[in-house]
Design a protein around this ligand. Structure first.
Ligand code: NA7
Length: 317
């Protein structure tokens, strides 16, 4: 169903023309661990935000910050120039965009849907095609940086879709991230994010093993992390999650179950292309073992507990 084009030009003059270009009417769907702080930053940047979440109580902090609550994803999209989705997996994004009460039912012609979840590149292209047929546009823009990066507005955002449509999204994306990369046509944001996950989650698995190894040899783990952080093994994982891990803090910045989901997406995409992968299948088992031993809702650093249970060695300061 094609809605009428967005037109909010009445009342514009030289004074408010600049803010018309930078401030947007935004719908936001999916107020989870990462979606909530991202959405808060959009409100803080002065955008006019309408929110919907399946569990309605999760909209309350946003409404307290100045957002408006919508009754459905379609309602969040109605009248919005940009609608952002940030839900769990491929089927969930299909539900909230293409489902009976989905974004597509409310999105105006020429409006933009930005999916910031991490999902399958192939499903992304399918949803983008459906939106194009309906008269709106889609950008896939998954993020990296976890809850900390989302709260600080310093996410790395990896975008796929039409370049001119991406350019129109920049004032919105800039409220949530500092590294915003245009990666190519539809699906390429997701491909880039999955490449990011191969790298980052492989590093986390290796760091957990390194810390248990060092602890089993009686090493000072603060010294180990400090040395690793200054050499060729330095990484975001070592710098940010290493200290947290050795302090025994396992609250999620990024959950084990979502890491497992992302690695599954990598393997699915590789299978579609008959691409042999060597490391990712092992790293997938790493996070599956953490999930199956009760750590699914903890942060990815909780994988160390699997190694600790196997070895009887604790990697703590
Ligand atoms: P969370 O904290 O697990 O939150 C997931 C959100 O997605 C939460 O708001 C859910 O609503 C919502 N959700 C999940 N499935 C659906 C369906 N089918 N319909 C409607 N809403 C749904 O994840 P994060 O915020 O950490 O991550 C979100 C994405 O970004 C994910 O792809 C990551 O890999 C990156 P609920 O509150 O449970 O009702």
């Amino acid at each position: 169903m094609v809605q009428s084009s967005f037109s909010g030009l009445a009342g514009l003059n030289a004074d408010n023309l600049r803010s018309y270009h930078t401030m947007k009417k935004i719908g936001f769907v999916g107020l989870g661990l990462i979606g909530t702080p991202m959405c808060k930053n959009l409100v803080a940047a002065g955008h006019d935000v309408k929110v919907w979440n399946r569990t309605a109580s999760r909209t309350e902090p946003l409404v307290a910050n100045g957002a408006q609550a919508a009754a459905s994803a379609a309602e969040a999209a109605r009248g919005s120039e940009v609608t952002i989705t940030c839900v769990s997996d491929s089927a969930d994004v299909e539900d909230v965009i293409l489902g009976p009460d989905g974004v597509i039912q409310g999105a105006a012609s020429d409006s933009i849907v930005i999916d910031m979840s991490t999902i399958s590149p192939a499903v992304t292209r399918k949803i983008a095609a459906a939106l194009q047929e309906q008269g709106s546009h889609m950008i896939d823009a998954p993020v990296s940086g976890g809850v900390t990066g989302a709260a600080a507005g310093t996410l790395s955002i990896m975008a796929g879709g039409d370049r001119a449509i991406f350019d129109r999204c920049l004032p919105v994306l800039e409220a949530m991230g500092t590294k915003i990369t245009y990666c190519g046509p539809s699906g390429m944001g997701q491909v880039t994010k999955l490449a990011n996950q191969i790298t980052g989650l492989g590093t986390m698995a290796a760091m957990c093993e390194a810390l248990v190894f060092a602890a089993s040899n009686g090493a000072d783990l603060d010294a180990v992390l400090s040395a690793l952080g200054g050499g060729a093994a330095a990484s975001w994982m070592v710098e940010n999650l290493g200290p947290v891990l050795v302090q025994g803090k396992f609250d999620p910045g990024f959950m084990v179950k979502l890491a497992h989901k992302d690695l599954r997406l990598v393997l699915e995409a590789a299978t579609e292309n008959n691409l042999p992968l060597v490391t990712t299948p092992i790293v997938t088992q790493v996070f599956r073992s953490a999930q199956q031993t009760g750590h699914g809702d903890e942060g990815i650093q909780a994988y160390v507990k699997v190694l600790e249970a196997l070895s009887g060695v604790e990697a703590r300061t």
